[in-house]
Design a protein around this ligand. Structure first.
Ligand SMILES: O=P(O)(O)OC[C@@]1(O)O[C@H](CO)[C@@H](O)[C@@H]1O
Length: 721
């Protein structure tokens, strides 16, 4: 909740000059000029030319992970979000009854009614209504202003998205639903034609699927176009029009969604029909929650939430998930302090070998007697000269933090009773030490050992929780970048600094043209871990620019919007930790990290970007056609780091590939630059495994694909290599 974060922020005591605060704050997302084109002609034609042959357009089968997510987890997420929204609204009303009356109260009621309607349509497998931004207002009053008397904080996340990126996003969500519905219809036709064709989704045990399902690039036989009167609807409308709504109900028929009654707001409320529509007339059946691919439906839900809130001016800038994000961050404080201490230790190691005077005392790790970072430096250094060994240790540790930070994902932790405190606590536990990427040796050795009794001998237990580990390839790329930078600067290869202790290179953001892009995932602890990686990259000598790609609107509960970055920085800058579980002393390393990070932002070493493409269900193989500006921009990068499960699903088009499919093949032509995915497995999509590995993992852990306990550092450094 923004309100709560603001309270945390108010404890900041580090004096920061106003001018530098402004310069260093997270800039607003730039969406107005972004291009996004998700039409069949743009997207399907482009991806078809790449010859993909796998199916991503499969509606979820009963009992599959996707089906369970749509029928159980997504409704629980909505329930929990609606509860938070209700609490926020009643809090606002009680705090400021005068301000919170009339129009504002009616707007809140309208948004809540719409969201409850959305929730009702899920168990009924109702239609995915076209989303509208009609009525979105540019009213400058926003949620934060009502609360605090000042408007949205600098770079306040979603502000303005309704007129630019927001509208674009909702249109894209509609287009994607149409595309998927058309594909669905085509698949139905195929099914009828080719009876007996296997459409099984669950590949957990088998390690693969049969090829030959209709491909995601299949040309739809009836792509929606045109509008109709909507008179064909025979649906049961449970849409709600409340408050002082003067909503006009107009039917919108897009060819795939029939009989949709959509309220057009002319006042403060929109009545959107989200009831069960059986459709009417000829044409394909309406796309519903269970008739389309999981990814499309899931993204649709977040776009629909945004639409419901965005239409009401009072919710401009409001993040309905911020309560959960703030609560999770409080529980992550100890883990963050540990990470920050380890980063200091790694930086100390770099300074020792980088020719700069090291601090008189090595920093202390708060919670472990043996320094994992030091261990890393010696263990992984091998034959490398000390500076390179220290740089390698820092980079590996950063990768490890960023990888396991992906366990902290709120969308997996919401249950019907709200936040699953146990899951949250487990995820917020400090990441295992960074002596190597393999954090879970103990757990693995505790697994049942293989016996010799035939037949057949069970596969040996996996030796690592990191099931694909391409860190060597990633380090090679980074080492080359460090060398390039060092050659250009005429310095030793390892240059530690940045931020408060190293202001001489301010505005070096374009330095030597080196650029690493991190496509972020969750806020809070995962974001903190990602910033540690970015920090360590800079410290190790990658001194060009790190571009942080976030989301434009609240997405998948905990994904990072710019307001989350700002809130995290402010919380980290506070004199006192947000939780009593961390001592003030231990928190100092976090404060120093935050000061460095502000410095990186101010100097242009780090830059925030939020392209609307990231908030669509489109797979990345569509990016070149759908968002050419983004693809071109990424092509200028030296290394792309994709964080998290959702990005992985989009990298692989969320296809149920045979698990031994090479990543390059699954990317289907998407390759703007060398790339690496850091992901814990939370969806039944995986590629690049060795023969037999899938079976081995299934034997060790039946839920390995989805329980988030297994990780991958999976790279594709070139399209040919
Ligand atoms: O990208 P993240 O945060 O790692 O994971 C997102 C994600 O966990 O959310 C879904 C559940 O709704 C998952 O199955 C999905 O992949």
């Amino acid at each position: 909740m923004a309100l709560r974060i603001a309270q945390v922020s108010s404890r900041v005591t580090v004096p920061v000059p106003h001018s530098s605060r402004v310069a260093a704050s997270v800039p607003s997302p730039v969406a107005e000029n972004s291009k996004l084109k998700l039409t069949p002609a743009a997207v399907l034609g482009a991806s078809r030319s790449r010859g993909n042959s796998h199916g991503a357009g499969i509606p979820p089968t009963t009992g599959s992970f996707a089906h369970t997510t749509i029928t159980t987890r997504l409704p629980a997420i909505l329930d929990s979000m609606i509860r938070d929204l209700e609490e926020d609204v009643s809090l606002r009303a009680s705090e400021d009854p005068l301000d919170w009356s009339g129009v504002a109260a009616a707007q809140a009621a309208a948004a809540l009614a719409e969201l409850r309607g959305l929730r009702l349509s899920m168990p009924a497998d109702g239609p995915l209504e076209p989303l509208h931004v009609a009525g979105a207002s540019e009213d400058t009053r926003c949620w934060q202003m009502l609360k605090s008397g000042c408007c949205c904080q600098p770079g306040g996340g979603v502000r303005g998205a309704g007129s630019g990126g927001g509208r674009l996003l909702l249109e894209s969500a509609n287009e994607c639903v149409q595309l998927a519905a058309a594909r669905w219809q085509q698949q139905q036709q195929h099914k009828e034609e080719e009876e007996g064709c296997s459409e099984g989704e669950d590949v957990r045990a088998s390690g693969g699927i049969s090829r030959g399902q209709s491909g995601p690039d299949a040309v739809p036989s009836a792509v929606a176009s045109g509008t109709g009167t909507g008179t064909g609807s025979t649906g049961v409308s449970t849409g709600v029009s409340t408050g002082v709504s003067t909503g006009v109900s107009t039917g919108v028929s897009t060819g795939v969604s029939t009989g949709v009654s959509t309220g057009v707001s002319t006042g403060v409320s929109t009545g959107v029909s989200t009831g069960v529509s059986t459709g009417g007339g000829a044409g394909p059946p309406a796309p519903t929650w269970l008739a389309l691919p999981w990814l499309v439906v899931e993204c649709y839900m977040y776009a629909a939430i945004h639409a419901a809130l965005q239409r009401q001016a009072v919710f401009a800038g409001y993040d309905p998930f911020s309560r959960q994000k703030a609560a999770a961050w409080v529980k992550s404080a100890a883990a963050a302090a540990d990470m920050a201490a380890e980063v200091e230790l790694l930086r100390y190691g770099l300074m020792q070998h980088g020719g700069e005077a090291p601090p008189p005392q090595p920093p202390q790790l708060p919670s472990s007697s043996e320094s994992p970072a030091t261990a890393t430096a010696t263990q992984t250094g091998g034959t490398l000269p000390p500076p390179a060994a220290a740089a390698r240790a820092a980079v590996l540790a950063g990768l490890s933090m960023a990888l396991w930070g992906n366990k902290a994902d709120l969308s997996l932790m919401v249950n019907a009773a709200g936040l699953d405190a146990l899951a949250l606590a487990a995820a917020a536990a400090p990441p295992p030490p960074s002596a190597s990427l393999d954090r879970y040796d103990d757990t693995c050795t505790a697994m049942p050992a293989a016996t010799a009794s035939p037949p057949p001998p069970p596969p040996p237990p996996p030796s690592s929780r990191v099931i694909v580990d391409d860190t060597a390839a990633v380090w090679e790329v980074i080492e080359r970048l460090i060398a390039r930078r060092a050659a250009a600067a005429g310095t030793s290869s390892v240059v530690v600094g940045g931020g408060d202790d190293d202001d001489d290179d301010a505005n070096e953001g374009d330095g030597d043209g080196i650029r690493v892009d991190i496509v972020l995932d969750n806020s809070g602890l995962e974001l903190f871990a990602d910033l540690c990686l970015a920090d360590l990259l800079v410290s190790a000598g990658v001194r060009g620019r790190v571009v942080l790609h976030g989301k434009l609107i609240p997405w998948f509960v905990s994904d990072t919007v710019s307001a989350d970055l700002e809130a995290l920085l402010r919380s980290c800058e506070a004199a006192e930790p947000p939780s009593a579980s961390v001592s003030s002393d231990a928190w100092q390393a976090v404060r120093r990290a935050a000061a460095r990070w502000r410095g990186h932002l101010a100097a242009g070493r780090w830059r925030w970007e939020a392209h609307p493409f990231w908030c669509t269900p489109a797979p990345f193989c569509w990016m070149a056609a759908a968002a050419p500006d983004l693809y071109d921009s990424l092509s200028g990068s030296d290394l792309l780091v994709f964080k998290g499960d959702l990005n992985y699903r989009k990298l692989t088009h969320d296809c149920r590939w045979p698990h031994t499919t090479p990543l390059r093949e699954a990317l289907q032509g998407f390759h703007p630059a060398p790339l690496v995915a850091l992901r814990t497995l939370k969806a039944d999509v995986v590629v690049g495994l060795k023969k037999g590995q899938s079976e081995q993992l299934s034997a060790a852990d039946p839920d390995w694909l989805t329980n988030g306990k297994w990780g991958m550092v999976q790279a594709s450094m070139s399209l040919t290599g």
